[in-house]
Structures are given as C-alpha cells and as structure tokens.
Design a protein around this ligand. Sequence first.
Ligand SMILES: Cc1cc2nc3c(=O)[nH]c(=O)nc-3n(C[C@H](O)[C@H](O)[C@H](O)COP(=O)(O)OP(=O)(O)OC[C@H]3O[C@@H](n4cnc5c(N)ncnc54)[C@H](O)[C@@H]3O)c2cc1C
Length: 372
Amino acid sequence: MSKKLLLAGGGHAHMMTLANLSRFREKGFEVTVVQPSPYHYYSGMGPGMLGNTYSPEEIRFATRKVVEKSGSVFIQEKVARIDPQARRIFLESGESLPYDVLSLNIGSSVPRSIISTASAENIFTVKPIEHLQKARQLILELGTEKPINVAVIGGGPSAVEIAGNVWGLAHRGGLQPVKIQVFARSSIMSGFPDRVRYKAIHSLNARGINILEHCAVKAIHSTRVELESLQNYGADVIFVATGVNPSPVIRESGLRTGPEGGLLVNRYLQSVDHPEIFGGGDCIYFQEQPLDKVGVYAVRENPVLLHNLMASLEGKELQPFDPGGDYLLIFNLGDNTGIFRKKCLLFGGRPAFLIKDYIDRKFMKKFQALER
Ligand SMILES: Cc1cc2nc3c(=O)[nH]c(=O)nc-3n(C[C@H](O)[C@H](O)[C@H](O)COP(=O)(O)OP(=O)(O)OC[C@H]3O[C@@H](n4cnc5c(N)ncnc54)[C@H](O)[C@@H]3O)c2cc1C
C-alpha cells in the first residue's frame, strides 16, 4: 500500500512542499492537505490589504487549487486532534484520517481571554489574516456613514501596522473622520531599539493616531474598551493584536511542547517523541533555540521540511535546520512609508515601504504562479 503524507495547514512553512506535491505523487506517495480555507493568506501583506494597498486576491495563495492540480487531496476542514499512537488525525467534523508522515503548519492564534463577548462582529483578532478583510469591509461601511472610533489593543509591530493601515484605509477610502487609539500594556514596540520605536511613534502621532502606553486593557466589550484602571473608551471597531500562541491542537493532543504550547521539535524539525511528525512556522518550538514568531523563520524552514518529509517517506537521511542569523524586518506604516531594520541598518520613509512591497510581491508572484 502506498505511504500517506498528511499536511495539516498550508501555511508559510509548507509553501515549497505544496509547490512540489507532484514529486511526492510521482514517487507513489498519497498526499492529503487539510486546511479550513481554500486559501492561505500571506501575513506580511495583511496590514497592507487592510489599508487598501492590496486586494485580498493579491495576498492569498490558492492552496486547494494547487493541491488538486497536483492530483493530491484537499480537505477543507480544521484538524481538531492528533493521535500519534494510532497515527491518525481527527477533524472537527469527527472524521479521522490515517498518516505515515504528518507535517504540522497550523500556525498560531491571538488569545481571546480579554474579549468578554462571544460573537461581536466588530471585534477582530489580527489572526487569521482573513479577519482583516472583514474589518476593512466594516470600516468602509461604517466610515462612509459617520465618524467612527477604532481601538487597537496591543503595542507590538502588528498593532502599529494595523493602526497605521486603518489610517491609510480612511484616507484612501475618503471616509468620515476615523479616530484611532492604540492601547499598549507597556511601551510601543518595547522589544525593539529606541530608534525603531521613535520612528513608529512619530509616524503614528504625526497622523493624529493616539497612543496610550502603559495602559493595560482589562476587558473588551462589544463597543467599549475597559482598562485595568477602570477607565472606559468607546469604539465602533476593535482590533486585538496582543501577541500569539501556537495552535492549541498540539498541546490538547498530548504531544510534547515547548513552554508556549508549540510542538517541541529537534534540529530536523521533527517531533522529539514521534519521528514521523514534523512541523514548521508558529506552531513549533525549536529545541535548539527559541525562534521569534515571524514568517521569516517559517519561510526559511521550507526547504528543510520539503527534504525531510520526502526523506522520511523514503527512509533516507534527514537534513538539519539552521535558523540563520539576524533577519530583515520592514514594517508597513500604512501611508506608503515603512521602517526598515536589519542589524544596525535602520531607515524609514518611502524607500523602506518600496523595498517591502517589492519583496512581498515577488514572494507572492512566485507561489501564485503555481495556480495557473
Ligand atoms: C498583522 C500581522 C503582520 C505580520 N507581518 C509579518 C511580516 O511582515 N513579516 C514576518 O516575518 N512576520 C509577520 N507576521 C508574523 C507571521 O504572521 C507569522 O509568523 C506567520 O504567519 C507564521 O506562519 P505559519 O505558516 O506558521 O502560520 P499561519 O500563517 O497562521 O498559517 C497557518 C495555516 O494553517 C491553517 N490552520 C490553522 N489552524 C488549522 C487547523 N486546526 N487545521 C488545519 N489547518 C489549520 C490556517 O488556515 C493557515 O493557512 C505578522 C503577523 C501578523 C498578525
């Protein structure tokens, strides 16, 4: 019987494997990909899509189409649980699927514990990126009719990019005045050098975006943000950008994890307990050194995952993953400017945005070409 490769999630770390599915098929392996959406959205361009710089179509990769084109099976579902002893995954529908080799790229999510209401349609966690598309629609609808308040909870790069791009959306869409407030528990971009922080703060302040630092949010209600100081701020639209945790599926399945719940993997991106389970991106914890939850690492993991999944099916030697050195970060500030940072090199303005735009579009073009 042919061996079965199962890919859970078609995220940033699986892009090269997805691009090479026909190679697995040619060698007689059966491949199944499980993902809740037919598309995977490229997070690096998510804020730009919110700000109307990009259309949703420009920032997504048609996973289902690419999988089915290669003769593999795509199942539009969420993995709910993994049973490593039985070598089966269970879907939310209750159905289960067997595997010989499993690779997890199911990403991360924003904790919802401070959201007090279960189903408010104006509160958006910044992941999955699809939420930003819905938020854009809502802001356009509301902001055409009346002035609105937008609250962004969080103080990291995502919060800065979201706030800047809501401003961009309001200006490009010719909306009524949109008041934007950022609520940060500590300082804005506290993990970054002061020079980066000042550029971000200056850019937002200069556009009238109100930044409230050292301002912890206690609860988010449907149209109100409640601070720990018990002050309240009204908001028509609320973004939650308070950081991410690996998908809970891994811990709930009893797989060994790192401190935050990511699949604990060795230098081969392989589960330390189950050699037939691999993983990449935000849902893993790399045993050799903790990795930041940035798409850069997920992208760097691609060739190693591709090699190791094939090698594992064929019984060949695995390749170790080298995370590499410092990485380039460019933030999109929403007004066609950015902040570029690599090692000591730091600059802002339009050139930073243009470099990001070029790199991101090139990445998407490469993988979107597989859809045709
Ligand atoms: C607003 C924002 C902007 C960002 N910008 C940048 C940037 O410019 N540069 C950068 O390096 N990083 C950036 N990041 C970080 C980056 O998003 C993550 O590090 C990156 O998305 C990790 O990729 P991933 O493939 O592991 O996860 P994801 O991109 O989350 O992909 C996971 C995939 O798995 C699927 N999935 C989820 N759950 C399940 C399940 N249970 N079963 C099956 N499939 C599932 C999802 O549908 C998705 O397709 C940004 C993050 C945010 C929130």
